[in-house]
Design a protein. Structure first.
Lengths: 248, 258
């Protein structure tokens, strides 16, 4: 069984103003991600990556088509029991400390009391926020906030992680940390589905990628196959596919 | 239930850690304290008058706390985008709304408890008379009324985009019902059709919040309300609260978040 299945997905945004055209963000997307894969979801800004993820998380209903996580329709809240999610922009309750935030989410996941503290310790250690656990999140730097976000996405020990541009805005060390965490999760057999503009990074960590452009799937396949087929690096392939051939 | 309670605890925690709430709180306590401690000729009517002012203050403060706290909840979750990591977890929209409702209700209940206990101690210690059950009934009915107000405000925060306009609308509606609600049928009698039927319709549809206002129980030391009536009042409040929460859920259930 696939971890993530998207069939014929179409996402339209209807604006409230009368007469304004309907904006189609995703057009007939089909995608499958198998268990244990690290999958890079690529595309220029406005391609529809966040919109697709919004459907996967139940924020936006699909206009047509279906999306499933672990075989359960995404409209069922239970589909989200085994996933972790890091939004594109992360903001957390500013009046909470990292530890309180994680405890809150642990309660939401109904993690048994006995395991909660252990789980919180483990994720804080993983994202290296152990020293700042009792500080309110509003006092954190951007990199620390991003890591707090990553910690909350891991609190339920998810089998599938959905990360929306997890490395955007991070310094090189922060990016390396995120990459390390992704690789570590992969070695534990977890599935990671993430969007990114850092193509060099994608090339090193991803098993497979898909390139989305203007809501349509342009390419999908194993990174190694694509590199061999095109005989160049991922960045050149990306530019070629979205219609920006490199200067001669 | 655990999920709803976890959500509610966050609302309470936020309120406890916010400073603006303390301002209102200290202000009310100070006013109540001063009003309660001035000893004017030990005249009974003046004492009663002071108590009335204090209770009015408590009522106004509780409405401000309930409405401002509730009106902010969902808009703040969306503005600060905290709703995204939250609803990406196995939380239904219904649990989300119920958690917010419960949190606001418990938080205002806590404020209410402090107000009444403080006021009770100030006035009872001067009168050497401890009508605990009177306070309990008055406070309980007050709290039940706030449940309706909070549910209404929560519904408003989903219907209206701006939290400030929602807060104002809810405050005006609540104050209007409290002051005019019981007179609407009499006003209707003096009107022509179809206005008369319309106003009668309004009279029967609105939650009669003024029924929960039993401040006289404290100022005039009235006899206790029969407990059967208390049960009826609870059911009445529960019905309206459930109605507003259901309406909020029906709208919020399918609303896209982006
Ligand atoms: N709430 C919205 N209302 C209208 N259009 C939107 C909304 N959200 C996104 N869009 C549009 O949908 C398209 C896809 O956006 P998005 O999914 O955010 O792209 P990406 O994440 O790949 O940058 C864009 O053209 C964007 O303008
Ligand atoms: Mg995006």
């Amino acid at each position: 069984m696939e971890t993530l299945t998207i069939d014929n997905l179409r996402v339209e945004y209807r604006s409230r103003a009368v007469g304004e055209p309907v904006k189609t963000a995703v057009k007939g997307l089909n995608l499958r991600v198998a268990q244990g894969e690290v999958f890079g979801f690529l595309g220029p800004n406005g391609a529809g990556k966040t919109s697709t993820m919004n459907v996967l998380l139940g924020f936006v209903p699909p206009t047509s088509g279906t999306a499933r996580l672990f075989g359960v329709d995404v409209r069922e809240p239970i589909a989200r029991q085994r996933i972790g999610y890091l939004p594109e922009q992360t903001y957390y309750y500013k009046f909470l400390t990292a530890e309180e935030l994680l405890r809150f989410y642990a309660e939401i996941f109904q993690i048994p009391k006995a395991e909660r503290s252990q789980r919180i310790d483990a994720v804080l250690k993983l994202v290296e926020l152990d020293h700042a656990r009792t500080r309110q999140i509003k006092t954190y730097s951007k990199g620390m906030q991003q890591r707090a976000g990553l910690a909350q996405s891991l609190i339920n020990n998810p089998d599938l992680l959905i990360l929306d541009e997890p490395t955007s805005g991070l310094d090189p060390i922060g990016r390396m940390k995120v990459r390390e965490i992704i690789q570590r999760l992969k070695s534990e057999g977890k599935t990671v589905f993430f969007s990114s503009h850092e193509l060099g990074e994608v090339e090193t960590v991803c098993d497979r990628i898909a390139i989305l452009h203007q809501g349509e799937l342009k390419t999908e396949g194993r990174v190694s196959d694509l590199l061999r087929e095109h005989g160049t690096n991922l960045e050149q392939i990306f530019l070629k596919i979205i219609g920006h051939p490199p200067p001669p | 239930m655990n999920t709803i309670w976890a959500l509610a605890k966050i609302v309470v925690l936020e309120m406890v850690r916010r400073k603006d709430f303390y301002v209102l709180f200290i202000l009310t306590v100070l006013l109540t304290g001063t009003a309660g401690s001035v000893n004017l000729f030990n005249d009974n009517s003046i004492v009663r008058y002071l108590k009335e002012i204090c209770l009015l203050l408590i009522w106004a403060a509780s409405l401000v706390i309930a409405i401002t706290c509730t009106a902010r909840q969902i808009p703040a979750e969306r503005e600060q985008r905290t709703i995204f990591p939250l609803l990406a977890k196995p939380v239904t929209r219904a649990q989300f709304l119920l958690g917010k409702f419960l949190g606001c209700w418990v938080a205002t209940g806590m404020a209410l408890l402090v107000f009444y206990v403080f006021f009770g101690i100030v006035s009872a210690s001067r009168e050497q008379h401890w009508p605990v059950l009177n306070y309990l009934q008055a406070g309980l009915l007050h709290w039940l009324m706030l449940a309706i107000v909070i549910a209404l405000t929560l519904l408003g925060s989903i219907v209206f985009a701006a939290p400030s306009s929602n807060g104002t609308i809810c405050f005006v509606c609540t104050a209007g019902i409290l002051l005019l609600g019981r007179h609407l049928n009499k006003v209707a009698l003096g009107l022509t059709e179809p206005l008369q039927s319309l106003l009668y319709g309004v009279y029967f549809a609105i939650p009669h919040l003024e029924l929960f206002d039993v401040r006289d129980l404290i100022t005039h030391n009235w006899d206790l309300i029969p407990w059967g009536m208390m049960v009826l009042a609870t059911l009445y409040a529960a019905a309206y609260t459930a109605f507003f929460l259901t309406a909020a859920w029906l709208i919020f259930r399918r609303r896209p978040l982006n």
